[in-house]
Ligand binder design. Structure first.
Ligand SMILES: O=C(O)CC[C@@H](O)C(=O)O
Ligand SMILES: [Zn+2]
Length: 543
């Protein structure tokens, strides 16, 4: 751990496990200090609890109307699906079993589907889609169901098409690093499997223990490694997709270069199951880094967060693999719900987590130490800890990955995932706090809003603004929306940086896309899905 004495010199702390400390400016060394004891909050399987009474989405967020062009499921339809998938591939009219398919993991959205299907092959997915298209049965493709905008659960009686039984690894080329897998493979399972071969998945999310690679692609999930490895639009080389009419689009390419025509796969990345079902993927995977370091810094202002970020790009350059931030409010929220010891002696308004990944430990250590030393010397950072082993690395990441689940334990939470120029990020948070205080819903003991907390991916200009509340009420909702979206649009940001639109953000698309663009999106949707059966009521504005 590093800390600054009153005289501005760096000093060793007097605690007991192991870390880096600066004894005087320019010299960093490892000393005995404690590491926090944070529990990992994300459970490996996120299953909603049936014990809680969750209101239906259509009751909680009124205004949705069932499209009566869609057929209601009959016993004959169920017989067809059973003949195709067998008894075990069909879940019908069993409230308990259907609960997990109807409810998102945050227990925020709940549909009324009576039928979930669990195909094992692409051919079965194709037969299901052909049947549903012919019969005009609405379908919601579902992966690990860890989304945050209600995109993977039905609203009314749409059939849930779960990819959970399609979880085979199809192949791996250890020269090119290209992995081919079924869409239902769990991200962490793929990452562990690749780990044994010295490779890793190019994306990492807090929900890795539950989310499916197919869902990641359908939502264009960003996550914690995007800064280093880029988005799925770059790493996905090929896709296998079943179109709404059952056609199998086999584009499982493994080529890095291919300039022959429109790059069709890109359309499906981030399409949230509205134009096809992703059933297979080939993805470029990087080598697993031999040397990984994680440092946590305490800072006084968001100005300093930005300075720390700019310096990290300059000083750490090619070994920088993540740069995440959170504010003290997020940390307090984490501590409220997790068993944890403080990572630092004092508290700071802001924290950043810096990760480096490289192939030469000595080289990386030296670079990181130089960077940290500069941050301390220049008073950009007020305090810092550096993880000494894998357990400590996981403990520091557990804080960053734990905010979502901690917030999920609050009575209600308004979640926003926005991107904008980095200097604007915290202005947005402060502005929202002032706006809610002025509006009379924040700041008093009986206020509807408990706290406004902020964290996110600084390197990607992506802020996760979360407003924890005692209840969802009209006054608070109307104060937040469309105020926040107008703010984002004014600063040329995006109303959904990485979580997608689903049923939570689709009506606000106009704040991020022009009418011309929205019309073009609608044309694409109609081209692929003229009957509109794929994940209806979501993604595009309905009003
Ligand atoms: O809870 C959220 O708002 C963000 C979830 C996820 O995108 C993250 O970065 O932790
Ligand atoms: Zn995120």
């Amino acid at each position: 751990m590093m800390s600054r004495s009153a005289t501005g010199r760096l000093r060793a702390l007097t605690q007991t496990t192991a870390r880096i400390v600066a004894t005087r400016p320019n010299v960093l060394r490892t000393v005995a200090v404690p590491i926090l004891n944070a529990t990992r909050l994300y459970t490996t399987t996120v299953v909603p609890s049936t014990k809680k009474v969750i209101p239906y989405t259509v009751d909680k967020f009124p205004g949705h109307v069932r499209n009566e062009n869609f057929k209601k499921i009959t016993e004959q339809d169920v017989d067809f699906f059973k003949s195709l998938l067998g008894e075990t591939g069909v879940v019908y009219k069993n409230e308990d079993d259907l609960f997990a398919f109807n409810t998102d993991w945050m227990n925020k959205f709940r549909g009324k589907s009576q039928l979930a299907l669990k195909p094992k092959t692409t051919q079965q997915v194709s037969a299901i889609m052909k049947y549903c298209n012919d019969q005009k049965i609405a379908v919601v493709p579902q992966g690990g169901n860890t989304g945050l905008v209600g995109g993977s659960v039905p609203l009314f009686d749409e059939v849930v098409l779960s990819l959970q039984n399609m979880n085979n690894i199809r192949g791996f080329d250890d020269v090119s690093g290209v992995l081919s897998a079924d869409a239902g493979c769990v991200l962490e399972v793929l990452d562990n499997w690749l780990g044994e071969k010295g490779y890793m998945m190019p994306l990492d999310l807090g929900a890795k223990g539950s989310c499916h690679i197919g869902g990641n692609i359908a939502t264009n999930a960003g996550g914690l490694r995007l800064l280093r490895y880029g988005s799925l639009h770059g790493t996905v080389l090929g896709l296998e997709v079943v179109l709404p009419d059952g056609t199998i689009l086999d584009n499982m390419a493994t080529l890095r270069k291919d300039n022959t025509g429109y790059d069709l796969k890109q359309l499906f990345i981030g399409s949230e199951g509205t134009i096809g079902v992703v059933t297979g993927v080939s993805i470029l995977t990087p080598h697993r880094s031999k040397a990984v370091n994680v440092a946590l810094l305490g800072l006084n202002s968001f100005e300093d967060v930005q300075k720390a970020f700019t310096h990290s790009r300059k000083e750490l350059s090619e070994i920088l693999s993540a740069f995440e931030f959170w504010d003290i409010n997020a940390l307090e929220m984490f501590k409220k719900h997790a068993v944890t010891k403080a990572a630092m002696e004092n508290e700071y308004p802001f924290y950043v987590l810096v990760e480096t990944s490289g192939s030469n430990k000595d080289h990386d250590d030296e670079k990181l130490n130089n960077y940290l030393e500069k941050m301390m010397e220049n008073e950009v950072a007020q305090d810092g800890v550096v993880a000494q082993d894998e357990t400590q690395i996981r403990s520091l990441w557990a804080i960053r990955e734990g905010f979502t689940e901690a917030l999920g334990k609050e009575p209600a939470v308004y979640k926003y995932d926005i991107s904008m120029p980095v200097p604007k990020i915290y202005e947005c948070v402060e502005d929202m706090r002032a706006h809610l205080t002025q509006g009379g819903v924040l700041g008093k003991p009986d206020s509807a809003v408990i706290d406004v907390v902020a964290y996110g991916h600084v390197g990607d200009g992506n802020l996760h603004l979360n407003i924890a509340a005692n209840r969802h009420d009209k006054k608070t909702s109307e104060l937040i929306e469309p105020y926040l979206f107008e703010w984002v649009a004014k600063h040329k940001g995006s109303i959904s940086a990485e979580h997608g639109l689903g049923v939570a953000k689709n009506e606000f698309l106009g704040y991020s896309k022009s009418p011309v663009m929205i019309n073009m999106m609608k044309t694409i949707k109609n081209l692929f899905d003229p009957n509109g059966i794929m994940n209806p009521y979501k993604y595009l504005p309905t009003k």
